[in-house]
Design a protein around this ligand. Structure first.
Ligand code: SF4
Length: 407
């Protein structure tokens, strides 16, 4: 293929009750019926989602058995998604390398253990639910010899750099359920009790994360079945109820109703926040809920700014705004280094100790960092309940506890 070649992606239908929107329809079941009544289909796909589709296209091609390909082989090519084209640039190649290397390692381990079934970008549909279908990035099934038991690994690639996805999320459990159902229908297993272990892996190389860019969560087959029966199926049923709840949350970001600016819950939230009593007079529950609403309203502003910027770039006047140069930090010109050495000698350079993160990359650096680095206390801050950090008590409570111990 030449460097200018364009890869065209195939249009694959998205289920309204698909895995990628599971977080939304489980939390805001009315969003499905409302979108249908308004004639809105699919998720609110934007350029980021389309770039993700382009990256998945390359992942699929590289991962085909005996393809002999690496992400680098597609460098400089373009992938056509809908009406747009996305370049396979260095950033995409680097992210895909991380994911592909991990998949190859896991695939090697599974195959070394014995008989295995490998699914790559496999479209699957649940036999009991017409709308429960989707494409599994990578599914690895180890057949445990002589025991009629299996172990399943699901590896899900996320190209997005905006929203962190955790391996505990409903969307990856959804894919695991599809594989379990497929194995039952293929008579590989009799029930989810025969699944000894399910390892759910998110590979999200473009967002730094305290737990690493590749994160795993392990559960048993019966635990996966309990999620499917107790959460997923009732959640799907709720979406059929015209009186189901509309609930604002982080899942609104990809909702077609939000994109069409037709969500009554968001309209009500804007009015509620604008007419609320001052924050100082609100109780903790109201404050917390209002912060969530304001975050979402602020996110809508990003959409406005983006649209206004595009119009301005296209030459249209946007009231109260103008195009200006971005402010950048000063950088050295090509002649600076030689001139600085001539002028300042050794004074031109600054020698600094590497940061703990840089030092960890040096041989023996991890041990050194564990011994000599620490996280300085910087005081308390307020974070969402989903934040990974341990919950702390206010200073006053800690002092009181200390006082009681001392007494
Ligand atoms: S925008 Fe949010 S609250 Fe409104 S329908 Fe969509 S998910 Fe529900």
């Amino acid at each position: 293929m030449s460097a200018q070649a364009t890869i065209v992606t195939e249009e694959i239908g998205h289920s309204p009750l698909g895995a990628s929107s599971a977080d939304r329809w489980l939390n805001c079941p009315r969003s499905i019926g409302l979108a249908k009544e308004l004639g809105l289909t699919g998720d609110a796909a934007g350029p980021a989602a389309e770039q993700g589709t382009a990256a998945h296209e390359i992942l699929e091609r590289v991962m085909q058995p005996d393809s002999g390909l690496e992400p680098m082989d597609f460098f400089g090519q373009f992938v056509e998604v809908g009406e747009n084209k996305y370049e396979v640039d260095a950033d995409m190649v680097e992210a895909l390398n991380i994911a592909c290397n991990h998949v190859w390692t896991e695939m090697g381990k599974v195959k070394a253990e014995g008989e295995a079934i490998v699914f790559i970008e496999e479209s699957m549909k649940h036999s009991d639910h017409d709308l429960m279908y989707g494409t599994v990035d990578v599914g690895l099934v180890s057949l445990l010899t002589g025991r009629q038991k299996v172990k399943i690994k699901i590896l899900d690639y996320k190209h997005g750099a905006g929203v962190v996805v955790e391996p505990t999320s409903p969307q990856i459990k959804y894919y695991a359920t599809l594989i379990g159902n497929r194995l039952m229908n293929d008579f590989v297993i009799e029930s989810f009790d025969d699944i000894e272990e399910v390892t759910l892996t998110i590979m999200q190389p473009r967002i730094p994360h305290a737990d690493g860019v590749i994160r795993e969560f392990t559960m048993t087959g019966p635990e996966l079945w309990a999620w499917y029966i107790d959460e997923c199926v009732p959640g799907m049923e709720r979406t059929k109820d015209p009186n189901a709840i509309l609930q604002i949350g982080k899942w609104c970001g990809f909702c077609p109703v939000a994109k069409a600016k037709q969500c009554p819950a968001i309209g009500a939230a804007i009015v509620e926040v604008m007419t609320a009593i001052p924050p100082e007079a609100q109780d903790g529950e109201t404050l917390g809920r209002n912060i969530e609403k304001i975050k979402f309203i602020a996110k809508m502003l990003e959409g406005y700014q983006e649209a206004a910027f595009k119009k301005a770039l296209a030459g249209e006047k946007v009231w109260g705004h103008k195009l200006v140069d971005q402010i950048g930090n000063r950088v050295w010109g090509s002649s600076a280094e030689a001139a600085a050495i001539e002028t300042f000698g050794d004074e031109a350079y600054e020698k600094k100790l590497k940061s703990p993160a840089q030092m960890e990359k040096v041989e023996g650096g991890k041990k050194f960092v564990a011994q000599h680095a620490f996280k300085p206390q910087k005081g308390l801050t307020l974070a969402p309940s989903s934040d990974k950090r341990k919950e702390q008590k206010p200073l006053m409570d800690r002092l009181m506890e200390q006082e009681n111990i001392d007494l």
